[in-house]
Design a protein around this ligand. Structure first.
Ligand code: NAD
Ligand code: USQ
Length: 389
């Protein structure tokens, strides 16, 4: 297949492009390198050094004999997006290219507006481009488990059969997201469902849980193929952060009581889920939703797993939660769709955590410990014009 990976320079987009290329697909990546720009803006960096795109592509050609085409541009530019899709003529577009950090979207008005503009308009431009160029192209879109929030009923895969006053309908599952970032994904999902219903597009919305891990079989083939590994309080995700904190001797920063539960997934399963979704497209007019997670853990449990897995002493610190989220709640999620397509999950294991400890240990000199503390407060947006906030 011809597969275009939007956001192909990112933590997940890059290993996905390699996985698909390794499986014999004709792959192109696209990116505007905004993610590298946020690092400059925030004064942080990936723990594992990453190479510029051209070096990555040359290295992949060297080790695999396969070429990946690269486009540079911003999805918010609708003309660029349509021209790229018309040029590459993919069978599937895998869309990772969004601002993905909840804390970044909660910094202040400017960051919230940027996140929603970037994500919602970029996605809308992708939908229009597909409709214009070839409505048969399958959109594989990265959503998030956080679209659902933590409702007090079981979470289904995207849709819910509702009976109300004696009548029944199949409705989009109600959403209760926890940040302006997560809200942008809800808006995307609605726009995609509408495009499927009205234009007959085919789309798969992958509501992914929190990803952990740093290596895939392809990225491990050469240091120049490494993907990023974020640890800072804005872009670092919980398990990856806890691993790095343990190695540094920094207390594990559990927010609140640690009772909040999330769906998790190994990065090796992320790339495989994308392959499965792309190779088994949704039908024309179908808005297909999968919950892309393999296990659930509370934050407190994650901290304990990491602490118990590390050879040295580890302290767990319970911080006042900077976010507004439920501490204790029901969390029972259906996630069978991808398993039915053939996913064989890598469950969280000591081997994986040990390999992450090794990665963290190798690069620990690069850590800026000050970037570990949470600074973004859900209850008070920063106001750059007022010194007191
Ligand atoms: P990332 O920030 O590392 O990668 C996203 C890439 O998209 C970056 O390289 C960025 O430069 C690019 N991008 C952003 N806006 C763009 C635009 N307007 N035009 C072109 N390129 C643009 O993020 P990631 O961790 O790889 O996540 C990828 C996707 O998966 C995101 O949509 C995210 O919401 C979703 N997701 C991630 C996780 C996780 O734990 N990392 C979990 C669930 C869902
Ligand atoms: N948390 C801590 N301590 C930390 C960091 C996080 O207790 O040091 C807690 C948070 O309060 C939250 C949970 O861990 O309850 C997850 O936080 P996170 O930062 O790992 O993940 P989140 O903000 O939800 O965002 C990440 C990705 C995002 C993706 C989402 C999937 O950045 O792109 O959409 O995971 S999900 O959580 O399922 O929505």
């Amino acid at each position: 297949m011809r597969i275009l990976v939007l956001g192909g320079d990112g933590y997940l987009g890059w290993p996905t492009a390699l996985h698909l290329s390794d499986r014999g697909h004709e792959v192109a990546v696209a990116d505007n390198y905004a993610r590298r720009g946020y690092d400059h803006e925030l004064g942080v960096d990936s723990l594992v050094p990453i190479e510029p795109m051209q070096v990555r592509l040359d290295a992949w050609r060297e080790v695999s004999g396969k070429s990946i085409k690269s486009y540079y541009g911003d999805l918010v530019d609708g003309e660029f997006t349509e021209a790229m899709i018309a040029d590459f003529r993919p069978d599937a577009v895998v869309h990772f290219a969004e601002q993905r950090a909840a804390p970044y979207s909660m910094i202040d008005r400017r960051h919230a507006v940027y996140t929603q503009q970037n994500n919602v308009i970029g996605n809308l431009n992708v939908l229009f481009a597909i409709q214009q160029v070839d409505p048969d192209i399958h959109l594989v879109k990265l959503g998030t488990m956080g679209e659902y929030g933590t409702p007090n009923i079981d979470i289904e895969e995207g849709w819910l059969e509702v009976t109300h006053n004696g009548r029944t309908d199949r409705m989009l599952y109600p959403k209760k997201p926890g940040s302006f970032y997560h809200l942008s994904k809800v808006h995307d999902s609605h726009n995609i469902e509408f495009a499927c219903r009205v234009w007959g597009l085919r789309a798969t919305d992958l509501n992914q849980g929190v990803v952990y891990g740093q290596e895939t079989p392809q990225t491990a083939r050469d240091a120049r193929l490494a993907t990023r590994f974020d640890y800072d309080a804005i872009f670092g995700t919980v398990l990856n952060r806890f691993v790095i904190q343990a190695v540094l001797g920094h207390p594990l920063t559990v927010y609140g009581t640690g009772g909040q539960t999330r769906g998790l997934i190994d990065i090796r399963d992320t790339v495989e889920c994308i392959r499965l979704a792309a190779e088994n497209p949704a039908d024309r007019g179908e808005f297909r939703v999968f919950n892309q997670m393999t296990e659930k853990y509370s934050v407190g449990e994650i901290a304990k797993i990491v602490a118990n897995g590390y050879e040295g002493p580890v302290e767990i610190e319970y911080l006042d939660n900077p976010r507004v989220e439920q501490g204790e709640h029901h969390y029972n999620v259906r996630h069978t769709g991808l398993v039915e397509l053939g996913l064989e999950p890598h469950l969280l294991s000591n081997t994986l955590i040990e390999s992450l400890f090794r990665v963290a240990d190798k690069h620990k000199e690069r850590v800026d410990v000050a970037a570990m503390r949470p600074t973004v407060n859900w209850r008070h947006a920063a106001n750059p014009l007022r010194a007191d906030r």
